[in-house]
Ligand binder design. Structure first.
Ligand code: ZN
Length: 372
C-alpha cells in the first residue's frame, strides 16, 4: 500500500510534492494573499506498521525559520491526544520521522483547534447560565465573531485569542478561561465575577483558522497590525471587537498568542506607548511577576525586547488598548516548543497545560483586581 496524504479538511494545510515509498516530500502552503506560512496539519493513510519520513522542503522560507531548531511536530492517531514526533531541521528542510501503528495518523504544527471545535465550544457556553452570547460582527468570509460576557463587576476585562489563527494554543487557553469562569462554586471565580465583567472572544480570526493559515485573515491581513485603523474591507474582525471595547471600556486585557522560537511562556507589555506612566506600567509588572511566582509554567527571563519610550507600535492590540483606555493590557505568548523550565517530554507544551495556565492567570487576576 502506498502512502496517501491530504489536508483537505477544516484547518488543514499541506501540499504534496511527491511520495516515494515511506518518504513524502511536502510543502506548507502560504496564507492566501500573503507571504506568511508555518502552520501545517495533514493526514497520513496507508502507513500502518511502517516508519514514515515526512520532509517539509520549504521550511527555510517560512515566517519564522528560527522556530524550527529544537522544535518537534505533533502527531496523533485520534486527533485528541497529540504527542511529540521525532523532528529535525537540517539544510532548510524540516524532517519528521515517525513509526505509525494505526491506519490513520495526523500531523500538525501544534494540536489543531478547528472551526468545528470552536463551534462546539460556543454552543456549550451559550447554554451555561450567566454567559451572555453576542455576535460582535462577521469576518470577511461571513463567519461570526463570537463573544461571551460573564460577571457583574465594575471592571471591564477583555480576553481574546487567535488573531493569528495558526497559534491554536491561544484558543485552548480560552477554553481554560471559560471552564474556570463557569465554575461558580469556585471562590476565585465568585470573587472575579463580583468585581469584574469579562468579555471573551475565543477566536478573532475564524477565516484564517478554517483556511489553515498561520498569521492572516481571508485577504492576507495580519489582524494584530490593524488596531489603529481597522476597516470593513481589510479587518472587520478587529473593527467589530474594538467597537465593542469602545462601548464597555477596558481595564485589563490579555491577547493570547503562540511564539515559534522561544521555548517558554512569557508576556509582552505596552512599554513605549505615548501615555506610558509608571503607575500603569507597575500594574502590568506586578501581574507578570505574580504569575511567575504562582506557576512553574510561567517565567519572566525570556521574552521580547521592550519598545523604547514613544516607539510602541499602536497598530498592535496590546499597545492600542493601553493607550486608548489606560488598560493594563498584555500579549500572552505560549510556545510551539515547550516551556523548558518545566518540560513535558511526551507532549511538549499542550492543550491541557494551556487550560491550566489560564486558570493560573485568573487566580493572579483575582488577587490583583482591586488595584486594576
Ligand atoms: Zn501571534
Amino acid at each position: 500500500m502506498s502512502l496517501s496524504i491530504t489536508s483537505a479538511f477544516d484547518g488543514g494545510n499541506i501540499h504534496v510534492v511527491g511520495i516515494d515509498g515511506d518518504t513524502a516530500d511536502l510543502e506548507i502552503v502560504r496564507d492566501h494573499e500573503s507571504e506568511f506560512y508555518q502552520w501545517f496539519y495533514f493526514r497520513v493513510a496507508g502507513a500502518e506498521g511502517r516508519t514514515v519520513t515526512l520532509r517539509i522542503l520549504n521550511a527555510a522560507g517560512s515566517a519564522y525559520p528560527m522556530g524550527w531548531p529544537g522544535y518537534r511536530a505533533r502527531v496523533s492517531s485520534d486527533r485528541e491526544s497529540w504527542t511529540l514526533a521525532d523532528t529535525s531541521y537540517r539544510n532548510g528542510v524540516l524532517e519528521i520521522t515517525q513509526p505509525i501503528d494505526s491506519q490513520l495518523a495526523w500531523f500538525a504544527y501544534f494540536a489543531p483547534y478547528t472551526i468545528e471545535r470552536h463551534n462546539a465550544l460556543v454552543a456549550r457556553y451559550a447554554a451555561v447560565p450567566g454567559f451572555a452570547y453576542r455576535e460582535l460582527g462577521r469576518s470577511i468570509d461571513g463567519q461570526p465573531i463570537d463573544s461571551f460576557t460573564v460577571g457583574r463587576g465594575a471592571k471591564p476585562v477583555w480576553l481574546y485569542a487567535r488573531q493569528h489563527p495558526g497559534e491554536t494554543m491561544a484558543e485552548f487557553w480560552i477554553e481554560g478561561v471559560l471552564e474556570r469562569l463557569a465554575d461558580v462554586a469556585d471562590p476565585v471565580t465568585a470573587a472575579l465575577l463580583e468585581k469584574a465583567t469579562f468579555h471573551i472572544v475565543p477566536n478573532m480570526n475564524p477565516d484564517g483558522s478554517a483556511r489553515g493559515h498561520l498569521r492572516t485573515n481571508a485577504v492576507g491581513i495580519n489582524l494584530n497590525r490593524e488596531w489603529a485603523t481597522p476597516s470593513p474591507e481589510k479587518s472587520p474582525e478587529v473593527l467589530c471587537v474594538r467597537s465593542a471595547m469602545d462601548a464597555t471600556g477596558v481595564a485589563f486585557a490579555i491577547d493570547a498568542h503562540g511564539d515559534e522560537a522561544i521555548p517558554a511562556n512569557f508576556i509582552a507589555g505596552f512599554e513605549g506607548i505615548p501615555s506610558w506612566h509608571d503607575t500603569l506600567g507597575d500594574k502590568f509588572y506586578r501581574f507578570q511577576n505574580a504569575l511567575a511566582a504562582h506557576t512553574p509554567d510561567f517565567q519572566t527571563q525570556m521574552g521580547y525586547p521592550k519598545s523604547p519610550a514613544g516607539k510602541a507600535n499602536l497598530t498592535m492590540s496590546t499597545n492600542q488598548l493601553a493607550e486608548r483606555f489606560g488598560a493594563v493590557a498584555m500579549t500572552l505568548e505560549m510556545p510551539f516548543k515547550d516551556h523548558d523550565a518545566n518540560p513535558d517530554p511526551v507532549h511538549g507544551w499542550s492543550p491541557e497545560r494551556c487550560r491550566k495556565l489560564a486558570h493560573a492567570c485568573l487566580e493572579v487576576l483575582a488577587a490583583q483586581i482591586d488595584d486594576i
